[in-house]
Design a protein. Structure first.
Length: 378
């Protein structure tokens, strides 16, 4: 690839990088995407039938829904909870003793959802950090420990019995590690319909597929008001640069000192006959801090099996298990902490992605923000 100068180079083609590219393309901006893959944490099986990364979308993902096909709805009745060797479902008599706590939680979630939707709109033109800081309700949640929030609202026992397991399966975190913002955000599926999905990658990239370079960036330098970007086979230049990679890679280039803690998990796509312990419902949610975190029945004779550290003995859960694929997510995200990072790094550099707030829609909007800033400065 010959050396060339672009107005903008985007490094990374996850959902935030692709969002930035679509917005720039819409306004006929000159840009190039450099990425080792397309989709980032939206990773699918070879046949495209199983999502190994992001597993569900919410029905209020106004931007992301344009590029996915909804499949089956995930409902509360599909969950089975595991506490040591005990299993139980949500809708059974003992739920009554926690009913008042669930009513409190639902009221809090509806209030939070309203504020979150406003945040999404504001974050298209104001950096995510500033948008959170400008909303005292959301900012206080971000700076508060989830455990303190739970105690303050007296929903402790209901969280231990049910919500902690929901969160362990979706964030791979214990409640004690989370901030109150993330605690509520990842419980939004309790009040907003969620669905499994297929990512329509070709639809997403079709308008700009000739502006994607598959490869890796080895170095970035800023000199004489432009960026010099080295890849394995070229030296490229740009006025603007958008870092849409994992924060662990981009933070040094962006001069970020403190980031939130990474969350790790491991996934096995397994074919087998489920034993009784995990055949009751479609989704098995386990108790923190256990090694097994979640099991999802894909309804085609295969399952996604998530675990923390030690590779579990699959024969404890399946008859004749066969491993189709495995994936280590290190990190799966950076949601635990109270560090808000500014997207606009100065010198026409933008940092986008899920380093402040996890979630496909939130990441997409950071890409919109960076593109809008570039378009306005043109």
């Amino acid at each position: 690839m010959p050396d060339r100068t672009y107005d903008t180079i985007i490094i990374g083609a996850g959902i935030s990088g692709l969002a930035c590219a679509r917005q720039l393309n819409k306004y006929d901006q000159d840009f190039l995407i450099i990425s080792k893959d397309i989709g980032g944490r939206i990773l699918t099986s070879e046949d495209g039938n199983a999502n190994y990364g992001a597993f569900f979308v919410c029905s209020d993902y106004d931007n992301v829904l344009k590029y996915v096909t909804l499949k089956s709805r995930i409902r509360l009745r599909d969950f089975c909870f595991h506490e040591n060797k005990n299993t139980y479902v949500l809708f059974e008599p003992k739920l009554v003793r926690y009913l008042s706590q669930f009513i409190k939680a639902y009221k809090l979630l509806y209030k939070f959802r309203k504020k979150l939707r406003l945040l999404r709109k504001n974050s298209e033109t104001v950096s995510q950090k500033k948008a959170i800081e400008n909303n005292s309700f959301l900012y206080d949640l971000y700076m508060q420990k989830a455990s303190d929030f739970i105690k303050g609202h007296k929903i402790d026992s209901g969280t231990d019995m049910y919500l902690s397991k929901v969160l362990y399966s979706t964030t791979f975190s214990e409640v004690s590690e989370m901030n109150a913002f993330s605690f509520l955000q990842f419980l939004i599926p309790l009040v907003t319909p969620i669905y499994t999905f297929t990512f329509e990658k070709e639809k997403m990239i079709k308008p700009f597929q000739d502006k994607i370079k598959i490869g890796s960036v080895t170095d970035i330098k800023f000199k004489d008001d432009k960026y010099k970007i080295k890849t394995a086979d070229a030296i490229l230049y740009s006025k603007n640069i958008v870092l849409a990679t994992e924060i662990s890679w981009s933070k040094d280039f962006a001069g970020v000192k403190k980031v939130n803690s990474p969350v790790n998990t491991n996934m096995i796509h397994v074919k087998g006959i489920a034993k009784k312990e995990i055949s009751w419902k479609n989704y098995q949610l386990f108790s923190p801090p256990g090694n097994v975190q979640a099991v999802a029945d894909l309804k085609d004779g295969t399952y996604l099996f998530y675990y923390k550290n030690e590779v579990p003995d699959l024969k404890d859960y399946f008859e004749n298990p066969y491993i189709i694929a495995s994936k280590q997510w290190r990190p799966a995200g950076t949601i635990n902490g109270h560090n808000l990072i500014e997207s606009n790094r100065g010198n026409n550099m933008y940092l986008i992605g899920d380093y402040n707030i996890a979630g496909l829609e939130e990441s997409y909007i950071t890409g919109l923000y960076s593109a809008n800033q570039i378009i306005q400065s043109d």
